[in-house]
Design a protein around this ligand. Structure first.
Ligand code: SDX
Length: 447
């Protein structure tokens, strides 16, 4: 790697440094490509000029070695199992922050002071109620509808009540109003969809409750003899929301960015992100993990049998909740949730056989070379369902809970992308492998 010296273009949090380059030799060409150095010393080779200079593109199915952007929101170190939101370790936020504090941190870049937090809460609280008339939208869904299908559609329906927030070039005030509208409405949409699916009357949001207790209240009402949800449940759910709030360029956040890059509205971008999160390889894994554990519990299959199936590429079965594109060490969130499982179940006086089963399955997998050699560890979804079950959340709602955490991260990335000096529509290239040129032949010749 040759080092060339010139003032390095300083964008967002990249450090001022000499212009480092990577030299690509391609045929008879040698191309110096600038190297971007992030604030945590990550290196990215800027290939923006590659095609114009060589006619070639890079190819990276699944984008395992490709960065789509620079971002100052979340830092992951997959080898060390590190996760920080705007530089603050996830362990400290999960222990001490509120969800709206965390949302403020992700969206604006710093933890709020009292005045900033009070204003943020007031703007959020002003938007927790659904627009008049929107509730009847939920009556049109068949009982077979999955909650994530309803949530994604409901977000688009919400935009119909806010045409002033769907324009292609939103002002800062319009961006902020869209952010508060979505942050305020999503829990209410989720709880309304849940209660309607059970034939129960929705409970109106309470402006005296903050994000997490308000959601639990709208879902289940207050426990018998109480006016507010139980503090143990609130603390556990708050941690879940914080742990799921952001995770840099994951599948659903990348989807939000891609859709938003066409200058579709925040509502359309978030609705698309909900769709991407639903997939069982992504946020839908939390539902798939519990269904897998229930199946194992019911069948009594041995861990050897289960692990053999997971290793068999032809089985179509994977050990759900295991593995990660970035973490090649423990997912720090999984460690926190695993610890919280014991605390929450003990405090609620619940014994869930699936927790013991999950712990034993983790132990068996982490002794198996297939998993160890591929650095497949439990991810955020492996234990999260255990806590959600203890809180009374139905399995089909698990990924909705993930979305209620991730909404602040999605909105932070949508805002960061629109405000970026590098903003442009996302349109990857491809390498064509189909038929070369050939003539149209009429039907009579195609028998
Ligand atoms: C989330 O990106 C994010 O940050 C996501 C997320 C977030 O907060 O947004 O962290 C949330 O989505 C967590 C992941 C939830 N999904 C699951 O738990 C589903 C099970 N996991 C896998 O499907 C898989 O591990 C992925 C999807 C998570 C990652 O897929 P990759 O990076 O494409 O890895 P891969 O499929 O290329 O696997 C590499 C090898 C393969 O074997 P070989 O070809 O080397 O022989 O590991 C094997 C895979 O077959 N493998 C597994 C496995 N995960 C990977 N084998 C069995 N069981 C598994 N779970």
């Amino acid at each position: 790697m040759r080092t060339r010296y010139s003032l390095f273009y300083n964008s967002s949090s990249v450090t001022q440094s000499s212009q480092e380059t990577a030299t690509l030799t391609f045929g008879d060409k040698a191309l110096d490509l600038p190297v971007v150095t992030g604030s945590e010393q990550e290196k990215g080779i800027d290939i923006a000029r590659l095609r114009s200079a060589t006619g070639a593109i890079t190819l990276d199915p699944g984008f395992g070695s490709s960065g789509s952007c620079t971002s100052a929101i979340t830092f992951l170190d997959g080898e060390q199992g590190v996760l920080r939101y705007r530089g603050i370790p996830i362990e400290e936020l999960a222990e001490s922050a509120s969800y709206l504090e965390t949302a403020y941190l992700l969206i604006y870049g710093n933890l709020p002071n009292t005045h900033q937090l009070d204003r943020f809460k007031a703007e959020w609280a002003a938007r927790v109620a659904l627009p008049p008339g929107m509730e009847k939208f939920f009556d049109s869904y068949p009982k077979t509808a999955h909650p994530m299908a309803i949530l994604s559609a409901a977000v688009q329906m919400l935009s119909a009540y806010h045409p002033e927030l769907t324009n292609a070039n939103p002002t800062p005030a319009q961006m902020e109003a869209a952010i508060f509208t979505l942050l305020g409405a999503l829990p209410t949409l989720a709880a309304t969809g849940y209660r309607k699916s059970k034939g129960e009357k929705p409970l109106a949001p309470r402006k005296d409750l903050s994000y997490t207790p308000n959601f639990l209240y709208m879902m289940f009402g207050p426990p018998a003899g109480k006016t507010e949800p139980d503090e143990v449940c609130v603390r556990a759910m708050r941690q879940m929301f914080i742990l799921h709030a952001d995770h840099e360029q994951n599948c659903s956040t990348s989807t939000v960015r891609i859709v938003g890059s066409s200058r579709a509205s925040a509502f359309t971008s978030i609705s698309a992100g909900i769709g991407a999160l639903w997939g069982p390889l992504h946020g839908g894994a939390n539902q798939a993990v519990i269904e897998m554990l229930e199946e194992i519990h019911k069948s009594g299959a041995s861990f050897d049998t289960i692990l053999a199936k997971a290793k068999d590429k032809n089985s179509g079965f994977r050990l759900m909740g295991f593995g990660h594109r970035v973490y090649k060490n423990f997912d720090p969130r999984s460690r926190i949730i695993k610890k919280a499982c014991d605390q929450v179940l003990n405090r609620l006086g619940i014994h869930d056989p699936l927790l013991d089963l999950a712990k034993k399955l983790e132990e068996a997998a982490l002794k198996d070379d297939y998993f160890v050699s591929r650095k497949l560890y439990p991810n955020v979804d492996f234990y999260s369902g255990i806590i959600l079950r203890a809180l009374g959340i139905p399995t089909e709602q698990f990924t909705v809970i993930f979305a209620l955490g991730r909404i602040s991260g999605w909105l932070a990335h949508w805002k960061e992308m629109l405000e970026s000096p590098d903003f442009r529509i996302v349109r990857p290239r491809q390498i064509y492998t189909g038929s070369t040129k050939r003539p149209y032949r009429p039907l009579s010749e195609r028998q």
